[in-house]
Design a protein around this ligand. Structure first.
Ligand SMILES: Nc1ncnc2c1ncn2[C@@H]1O[C@H](COP(=O)(O)OP(=O)(O)OP(=O)(O)O)[C@@H](O)[C@H]1O
Ligand SMILES: [Mg+2]
Length: 155
């Protein structure tokens, strides 16, 4: 399965979706998040972390912290590329270590560092369609990401 769409009508819908993705995630899962400010990237990450049996309250909008790590069923690395001025600055965060490690990686504003992303990843584009409604478009490029979307589809 290469793509999947989901229409969230409320924060609770987004919560359920994120929980399901967190439960389906496996070592090496990389999720690249796209969407305008306030579209719900961080809100979604919080639910994913909860789905991984981590503590959702640890997840804050990493506006001033470029990278946060949480312990959960798998180690979680949460990056926000919004304030980065170059891909070099991203590479200074040592991403090759966690992008190829056994944890789960979630990156907000991934379009800013697109050349640094692995091929096998799940792209998640969030679009606001109303005050509390969001369209989630999931795209998988490689075999691991496709399996994740299949699992997500079946749950
Ligand atoms: N269906 C929904 N799904 C997700 N968030 C929603 C939904 N409806 C309303 N919201 C609200 O939208 C906001 C999303 O904020 P959030 O910090 O997650 O955005 P963001 O995409 O991470 O923004 P930024 O680019 O600034 O990091 C929250 O205030 C949340 O309560
Ligand atoms: Mg955010």
């Amino acid at each position: 399965m290469n793509s999947l769409q989901f229409h969230s009508l409320s924060e609770d819908d987004t919560q359920r979706l994120g929980l399901a993705l967190g439960r389906s995630a496996s070592p090496g899962t990389v999720v690249a998040l796209y969407g305008e400010m306030g579209s719900g990237k961080t809100r979604f990450v919080r639910a994913v972390v909860e789905g991984l049996d981590g503590s959702p309250t640890d997840v804050s909008s990493p506006t001033f912290v470029l990278l946060q790590q949480y312990s959960a069923r798998l180690p979680v690395h949460h990056a926000d590329a919004y304030r980065l001025t170059s891909e070099t600055e991203f590479l200074d965060l040592g991403p090759e270590e966690w992008l190829t490690g056994p944890g789960v990686v979630l990156i907000e504003w991934a379009d800013r560092i697109s050349n640094c992303l692995p091929d096998d990843r799940v792209d998640v584009s969030i679009t606001s369609t109303g005050e509390t409604s969001r369209r989630f478009a999931f795209t998988a490029a490689g075999p691991m990401s496709r399996r994740l979307l299949e699992h997500l589809h079946d749950t």
